[in-house]
Write a protein that binds this ligand. Structure first.
Ligand SMILES: [Fe+2]
Length: 359
């Protein structure tokens, strides 16, 4: 469902941020209007194929089609999904972690328990991507149209973690079309008899999971696009950081990081139990726009996807890329939050997200 496009300026400083929010709330009647127009995104199973930490590529940005250092791109129909993360009142959510993972063109997931990644999965397909929303709540992904596998119709998996939340909330989107396999044969499982989509009883919610894709103007390769907003059916409180201050920090170049990689060192005032990831993009200096994750250097000390502090004090995190403007955003998650690694709450799990057996 389309909602009006609105945004307001959010400065970097948190006190000014909250002041601007209060001003915006007092001056607009939008929340009341949107409360009627918004359809809350249903929560459905995460499915069994959320990637394990060892499956997640170092390049886990919002472009699943092109892996860094790969000469070829993922096979399939290039597909663009843009949208916003909104709270239950229709306000854009800043600092929401948006995750996308899905099967490749042939229906194979990145997920594997026995190797670094499923060898059957297209080696040029990232299989997983992340985006941290800016003040406008917007996210953007470039990927390929999901492939089909036995037991399900075509679908994407989404994870959304709002600031301060401990558990990733999961939903899925499909296609408003008749699913056909790569030979053009009508697939046995369509939206109407798919266990996940047919399991959402509210018609408006079910329809919101099935956006319509259209051809991207000006391309000749069949690229498709859609706009899809995630509307959280809950409120949240943006957590304040224990030491106060900002987690927008500068990095310094280092000749050799802990993994032996050249890179950049980002020093963070860390607190026990908090988890950290590093993001950056050209608009980071204003904290506007939205942020993409930087890969941390693999080492015994620093997990390549996220680092959880075990003591208080300054910690050095190493990233493999220079922030365009020299500033990095260090995103924190509160103690006990789901970090997506094996064994964490919701990190893996069964359910009707996929067929029994291999990916
Ligand atoms: Fe799935």
């Amino acid at each position: 469902m389309k909602t009006p496009d609105f945004r307001f300026h959010v400065p970097v400083d948190r006190r000014r941020f909250f002041k601007s929010m209060a001003t915006a709330s007092a001056g607009f009647t939008l929340p009341g209007f949107l409360a009627e127009a918004l359809t809350l995104s249903p929560t459905v199973t995460q499915g069994p194929y959320y990637p394990l930490a060892k499956n997640i590529p170092l390049d886990k940005d919002n472009d699943l089609v092109q892996l860094r250092d790969h000469l070829t791109t993922a096979a399939g129909i290039v597909t663009h999904v843009t949208g916003r993360i909104l709270d239950a009142s229709g306000n854009p959510v800043r600092g929401a972690l948006v995750e996308l993972w899905h099967a490749d063109r042939e229906g194979d997931y990145l997920y594997s328990t026995s190797a670094t990644r499923n060898p059957a999965c297209d080696p040029d397909f990232a299989g997983f991507g992340q985006f941290l929303t800016g003040s406008d709540g917007r996210f953007r992904f470039r990927t390929v149209k999901a492939g089909l596998y036995n037991g399900r119709t075509r679908h994407y998996h989404w994870g959304v973690t709002l600031p301060g939340e401990k558990v990733r909330t999961t939903t899925q989107t499909g296609w408003n079309e008749t699913a056909m396999d790569l030979t053009g044969k009508v697939w046995a499982i369509q939206n109407a008899n798919d266990s996940v989509f047919s399991g959402v009883s509210d018609a408006a919610q079910r329809a919101s999971m099935l956006p319509t894709y259209t051809a991207v103007a000006g391309t000749t390769t069949g690229e498709q696009e859609t706009a899809w907003d995630y509307v959280a059916g809950r409120t949240f409180t943006e957590p304040t950081y224990p030491g106060g201050g900002s987690l927008v920090v500068a990095g310094v170049p280092v000749a050799s990081g802990p993994g032996g990689n050249d890179g950049f060192r980002v020093t963070v005032p860390a607190y026990t139990g908090y988890s950290y990831e590093i993001y950056g993009n050209p608009t980071l200096a204003e904290l506007g726009g939205s942020a993409l994750p930087f890969a941390m250097a693999p080492s015994a000390a620093v997990d390549r996807t996220i680092f959880t502090a075990t003591t208080d004090g300054l910690i050095d995190l190493y990233v493999t890329r220079q922030a365009v403007r020299g500033f990095y955003l260090v995103s924190f998650r509160v103690p006990g939050a789901d970090t997506g690694t094996p064994g964490s709450a919701g990190g893996t799990g069964g359910g009707p997200g996929g067929p029994p057996g291999g990916p």
